[in-house]
Design a protein around this ligand. Structure first.
Ligand SMILES: *Cc1c(COP(=O)(O)O)cnc(C)c1O
Length: 440
């Protein structure tokens, strides 16, 4: 039998076949599927903690004054935020809703950076009132922010700008967030003006930020942007005498989605980003700014699997389809980005023949394919499949398209399952609708 995944790779993912049954984090996937129904997201607390600790250790080994801000948009379940909060993480929010969720998770405002883009005055009011650090995305926003400070009578806090270092990277064009054509950040030729203006308005404490893209597995893809970023920081420091409180390198750290692919080499990342940062602050005499990064995917993607049941095996004479109960309403990455998620059979009986299947969801669009031409042991209706690495941008990007309620989320903690989110009901689908009198 062809083994699609080697044992080390599976172990690394927290997966293991025991007597032909797949276990995730020591829990039988089929039992979970039967107990809670499918589709269902299953998250491992232990894996989240391990990812955080691994990254923290690498950073600490080079530069202790570092903050890891978890990018909340990857997965904003309160339990996940609480897990990372107990690890000592900081948080990166892109919206008021994410900040609100952090507060509900008991996270202190000083642990949050608000990297919005296209900020409204209302966003600024919310952040200023709640003492949350704002990371601006455009010079014009500064003027509006100053007015808000004034009208609320609040003392000015640290201010930061997102720099667009032009050298982006990422697994898909939508996920590359630097470059002249990209909407994010401030290009080099406006950076000095931005900080000059901020000084002029009376800001006294500064940070600086970049985030170049997402799903970056080759550490060398961070190199050019980092070099550009360093040259901008150098210029700012010398021309405006700015001492940065923090220098933020954004997120983007990738994970191995493909079977047998290697994880991002964190030691190399350290060589390419952290060491040159240390050199820069030493050579330029920049004091001891906090080194910040903002991983989302890296911390949570691999902590979670999506379980789904096969309802239909269709052989149309040309192709084999395995029809499942999870579609792009629940996991949109394959449809939206052509992203690869490894898919495994939950019961793999040795000696079964291998066949190629398209794994198709129930949404009424032909793009609703979770995996193309996947080689799997012969499947039958009623079998279960596991979709790997769904912890980041999985539930967070789910929708009610086709009027399908979102699924439940289960947290595995010390081998015990805990429901951390109920599945939605039909009632939930309709709860915000208002029928005008003449239609009643
Ligand atoms: C999305 C985002 C991140 C996290 O990206 P990952 O690829 O999940 O690490 C970090 N910072 C900012 C500003 C982002 O927009």
């Amino acid at each position: 039998m062809v083994l699609m995944e080697n044992i080390d790779w599976l172990n690394y993912k927290g997966l293991e076949y025991r007597d032909g049954n797949l276990f995730f984090n020591d829990v039988s996937i089929i039992e979970l599927s039967k107990k809670y129904g499918t589709p269902i997201y299953v998250i491992s607390e232990q894996i989240i903690r391990e990812k955080y600790r691994t990254l923290k250790k690498v950073l600490n080994s080079e530069y202790k004054k570092n903050h890891i801000h978890y990018a909340v948009k990857a997965n904003s379940n309160i339990s996940i935020l609480k897990i990372l909060n107990t690890e000592g993480a900081f948080f990166d929010c892109t919206s008021q809703g994410e900040i609100y969720t952090c507060f509900k998770a008991g996270i202190a405002p000083e642990r949050i950076i608000y990297t919005g883009n296209m900020f409204t005055d209302n966003d600024f009011e919310f952040a200023v009132k709640n003492d949350v650090l704002i990371n601006l995305d455009s010079i014009s926003q500064l003027d509006r922010l100053v007015k808000i400070y004034k009208s609320l009578g609040k003392e000015k806090k640290t201010i930061s700008f997102r720099i667009n270092p032009e050298f982006g990277a990422g697994h898909h064009i939508h996920d590359i967030t630097a470059g002249k054509e990209v909407k994010f950040g401030i290009l080099e030729h406006q950076v000095v003006e931005a900080y000059k203006r901020a000084k002029h308005f009376g800001f006294e404490r500064f940070g600086i930020h970049q985030h170049i893209g997402s799903g970056i597995n080759n550490p060398y893809n961070f190199e050019k942007a980092a070099e550009k970023y360093f040259s901008i920081i150098k210029k700012l420091a010398s021309s405006l005498k700015i001492n940065f409180e923090f220098i933020d390198f954004g997120g983007g750290l990738g994970i191995p989605y493909h079977a047998n692919e290697k994880p991002l080499d964190l030691e190399k990342y350290k060589e390419i980003v952290v060491k040159p940062f240390k050199k820069l602050i030493y050579v330029e005499n920049l004091g001891e700014p906090v080194f910040k990064i903002e991983p989302g995917r890296f911390l949570v993607a691999e902590s979670c699997v999506l379980l789904t049941q096969i309802n239909t095996i269709k052989d149309n004479g040309y192709k084999l389809f395995a029809g499942v109960d999870a579609g792009f309403n629940i996991l949109i990455r394959p449809t939206m980005y052509g992203a690869y998620h490894h898919i495994m059979a939950c019961n793999k009986i040795r000696g079964k023949k291998m066949l190629k299947y398209d794994i198709a969801g129930p949404i009424c669009e032909s793009g609703d394919i979770l995996g193309k031409e996947r080689e799997l042991p012969e499947l039958k209706e009623g079998d279960y499949l596991t979709i790997l690495d769904t912890g980041a941008y999985g539930y967070a990007m789910s929708s009610n398209y086709n009027s399908r309620p979102r699924p439940a989320e289960i947290l595995i903690s010390n081998g015990q399952p805990f429901k951390i989110r109920e599945a939605e009901t039909f009632e939930d689908l309709l709860k915000n609708q208002i029928i005008p009198d003449h239609l009643k």
